[in-house]
Structure formats: structure tokens, C-alpha cells
Design a protein around this ligand. Structure first.
Ligand code: SF4
Length: 245
């Protein structure tokens, strides 16, 4: 007598793995852990003790050359930008001088930087706007800065912070990573992280926080292999996969 095959069991649906998939499946998503206010205060106290006056690594002479350097730094290293801007700023360090230099010579001066053709266009276009609409001056105003060609929120934040001393937070790839990894200001977008950092960091540290976090991300909390073993804030950081080195 032949055996009747056992009815196959209905397969249970796979559990969604990512937060987005869980949300779609109607599951509750656990909020990422956040550092306590005491830990945040201690983190910045240590950064401040180690480097009371952090500076940008971009070379510049005035607010205008800072603005140009930051525009050129998109998807490029500060070192690479400095190498190109030394020659460029020796020839032109005002919007009018840049217009007089012309797009071809700007392009030639920055040709070692990625996306140089487009960046040369933007440098000339923003210089034209500064001359025509702002008397050749860099405006101390977010909306006016963001209206300049090639200038987004991050660039405006750097200029407001470095040139005008405002406590803004320009979230680049390093700050986005550090903000999320440590639990300092977890967020899905740079704007989420920016707002989280502005809310979490105590006022006295806000002015320099942008530089401390960039330097921390650039030299210690590296993208692929963070140096947790020598990290000065390892005991405060909530990253679950700390390295031994
Ligand atoms: S402990 Fe590691 S992950 Fe945490 S901040 Fe330091 S380097 Fe980054």
C-alpha cells in the first residue's frame, strides 16, 4: 500500500530584516540608542580639552575664498582642494578678480579636482551673483548663501560657522557617520542628524562641534575600520561593533 504524502506545511513568511521592511510589515521598529546628555557633555568636554580651538583644514584668505574652497571640496579631499586653490587664490581672491580671470583659467587652475568643469562654472556664476547682488561680499544669511550657484545647505553651514562664527552644523559624510554610530544624534538623513546634533550638544560647545566631529570621523572613527582601541570617547560611544585596535 502506498503511503499518502503528508500535507506540506504552509511556509511562514520571512521576518522582515531592515527597519524599512519592518515598518512596511507594520512591525514596531526599535529606536536606535541615544547617548545620555551627561555622556554628550563629557564627550565634548574631552574634545575641547584635547583641542580647544579646532580649525578647518581648508586654506582660505577671506569669506569669499572660504566659500570657493568649500564649493570645490564636494567629493574631494581638503588636501587636494588646497593644492589647487593655492595657485587659484594667488591669481584671484575676490569675486571681481575671479570674473576677470575667467572660466577657462579657473577650470585650468582646478583641473586636478573631481568635477572641475562644473565647479569652475559654479565659481564664476557665484562670483557674478556676489558682484551683481551683494556688492562683492559674501552674505551672512543662510537663504542668500543657498541661493548662490553650487551652494547647498552644507556649504552655507560651513561658511556661517567658519567665516562668521555662527553655531551651525554642516553634516558631511564623517559627521553623519559619527552622529549615527555613537548614538550622539541618530538620523536617516543629514538634516535629521544636523537637527539632532543641534539639540543634543550643549551650547558652549556648539561653535566648534562641527570641527571636532569632522576631525574625529576623519582620523579616529574611520568609515571602514574605526580606531576604537585608541578612541578618547570609547567608553561613552554606543556603537555595538567596536574594534580592538
Ligand atoms: S569607540 Fe569606535 S565607533 Fe565609537 S566613536 Fe570611538 S572610534 Fe567611533
Amino acid at each position: 500500500m502506498s503511503k499518502t504524502p503528508a500535507p506540506s506545511r504552509p511556509r511562514s513568511p520571512k521576518a522582515p530584516k531592515t527597519a524599512a521592511a519592518k515598518r512596511k510589515a507594520g512591525k514596531r521598529v526599535k529606536a536606535p540608542p541615544r547617548m545620555s546628555p551627561e555622556a554628550v557633555e563629557e564627550m565634548f568636554r574631552r574634545f575641547s580639552d584635547a583641542m580647544p580651538e579646532p580649525k578647518t583644514e581648508l586654506e582660505y584668505h577671506n569669506p569669499y575664498t572660504l566659500l570657493v574652497a568649500v564649493v570645490l571640496s564636494a567629493q574631494a579631499t581638503d588636501k587636494g582642494v588646497n593644492k589647487a586653490t593655492r595657485g587659484l587664490f594667488a591669481m584671484a581672491d575676490t569675486p571681481q578678480a575671479m570674473l576677470d580671470l575667467g572660466e577657462d583659467r579657473v577650470r585650468d587652475a582646478i583641473k586636478t579636482i573631481g568635477l572641475f568643469r562644473n565647479k569652475a562654472k559654479n565659481v564664476i556664476a557665484l562670483s557674478r551673483t556676489l558682484v551683481d547682488e551683494h556688492d562683492g561680499q559674501v552674505p551672512r544669511d543662510r537663504a542668500q548663501l543657498e541661493a548662490l550657484p553650487g551652494v547647498g545647505r552644507k556649504t552655507a553651514n560651513v561658511v556661517l560657522n567658519v567665516a562668521f562664527g555662527e553655531p551651525t552644523m554642516a553634516v558631511d559624510t564623517h559627521i553623519f557617520r559619527v552622529g549615527n554610530r555613537t548614538g550622539l544624534a541618530p538620523g536617516k538623513t543629514p538634516l535629521d542628524v544636523e537637527m539632532g546634533l543641534l539639540a543634543a550638544i550643549p551650547q558652549p560647545y556648539l561653535q566648534h562641534a562641527h570641527h571636532w566631529l569632522i576631525l574625529h570621523g576623519r582620523y579616529t572613527c574611520l568609515a571602514r575600520s574605526p580606531k576604537c582601541g585608541v578612541c578618547p570617547v570609547a567608553d561613552l560611544c554606543l556603537y555595538p561593533d567596536k574594534t580592538a585596535t
